[in-house]
Design a protein around this ligand. Structure first.
Ligand SMILES: [Zn+2]
Length: 324
């Protein structure tokens, strides 16, 4: 029996499955979406609503390009996660440009929360001296960044001697280590740590709040995750998501967890499920080398052994290329 986190009703599942085209043979439940199918659904919606086009780095494969809904899912996320409020001033240390999405997401969270956002981008330690007066005068009360960037910023703040009344630290993109958390707590005592988890293809899936256990996230309502060692499968119901998903295989293994905060659907990310490396231009899984499969139609590819997303037939791909 499949273990799931989050519960969708039969009606919600039917509605989510109906977004899959083509349907499975003989009306059977459609199979898990590949990246190409998720991307195609996103581009179809983008033709009506517009989009923010983002991409992953593509370090071990071709960059994955996704057309996010203009709202970036912020109303849904902030219904369950309120790191900012009226009067807050967010120093956004996520870098802009290069089709990275986080910078724009945190600007949007701040504006949706009636806070101010300072779209600083990554700030090298030596640059803080030049910006110290500006940042101090702005009355920064919140920070957003990857944990290692936030920790380096905290250390630079200590060296500079400025004092910032930070009450919220928003983090994502990598695990928050105990060391980074301790560094942040030393410089910004009492600041709440607000994390979130997602993937480049799906954006935010779950959130953690100041009262949560280390490494624990809570699934946002309206989603269901099927646990699988080959990568958890995400399904989303209803509207308001940055990207729809039907049993989309995340690259991470996920497990149920418990959380001292007592909120529902806690989970923990165990690690990557589809590690692969490039060999003479081809993508090879670490476990079992696979023969190269012509990119025709839907898989099935062995878990984690699919060709680079750029090789898949994808209605949005031509359009995506134009914005590269
Ligand atoms: Zn919790």
């Amino acid at each position: 029996m499949t273990t799931t986190i989050g519960t969708l009703t039969d009606d919600q599942l039917r509605s989510a499955a109906a977004r899959s085209l083509p349907a499975g043979p003989d009306g059977a439940q459609p199979g898990p979406w590949t990246y190409a199918e998720l991307s195609a659904a996103a581009w179809e919606r983008a033709e009506v609503d517009g989009s923010l086009v983002v991409a992953s780095g593509g370090t071990t494969g071709a960059a994955k390009i996704v057309a996010l809904a203009p709202h970036l899912g912020v109303p849904l996320v902030t219904a369950a996660w309120q790191p900012l409020g009226q009067g807050d001033v967010l120093l956004n240390l996520f870098p802009p440009g290069r089709m990275w999405g986080a910078h724009y997401f945190y600007n949007a969270v701040a504006l949706h929360s009636r806070a101010a956002t300072v779209p600083m981008g990554a700030l090298a330690a030596q640059e803080l001296t030049a910006w110290a007066d500006v940042i101090t005068e702005l009355g920064v009360t919140a920070l957003a960044g990857a944990p290692n960037v936030l920790a380096r910023f905290a250390e630079a703040v200590d060296r500079t001697g400025i004092r910032l009344p930070v009450r919220s630290v928003l983090w994502s993109a990598e695990p928050l280590t105990a060391g980074h958390a301790a560094t942040l707590a030393a410089t910004f005592p009492g600041a709440g740590l607000w994390g979130n988890y997602g993937s480049i293809e799906t954006f935010v899936i779950g959130v953690s709040r100041p009262g949560c256990g280390p490494g624990v996230q809570h699934l946002l309502a309206g989603q269901q995750i099927e646990l699988d060692d080959a990568g958890a499968l995400l399904t989303r119901a209803g509207d308001g998501w940055p990207v729809a998903a039907w049993r989309f295989r995340l690259g991470d293994r996920i497990a149920s967890a418990t959380c001292p905060c007592g909120d529902g659907d806690p989970f923990r990310v165990l690690g990557r499920a589809d590690d692969a490396f490039k060999l003479y231009g081809g993508r090879v899984p670490r476990a079992v080398p696979q023969p190269r499969i012509p990119p025709r139609g839907r898989g099935p590819w062995p878990h984690g052994a699919g060709p680079d997303p750029g090789e898949l037939p994808c209605p949005g791909r031509g359009r995506a290329r134009r914005v590269r």
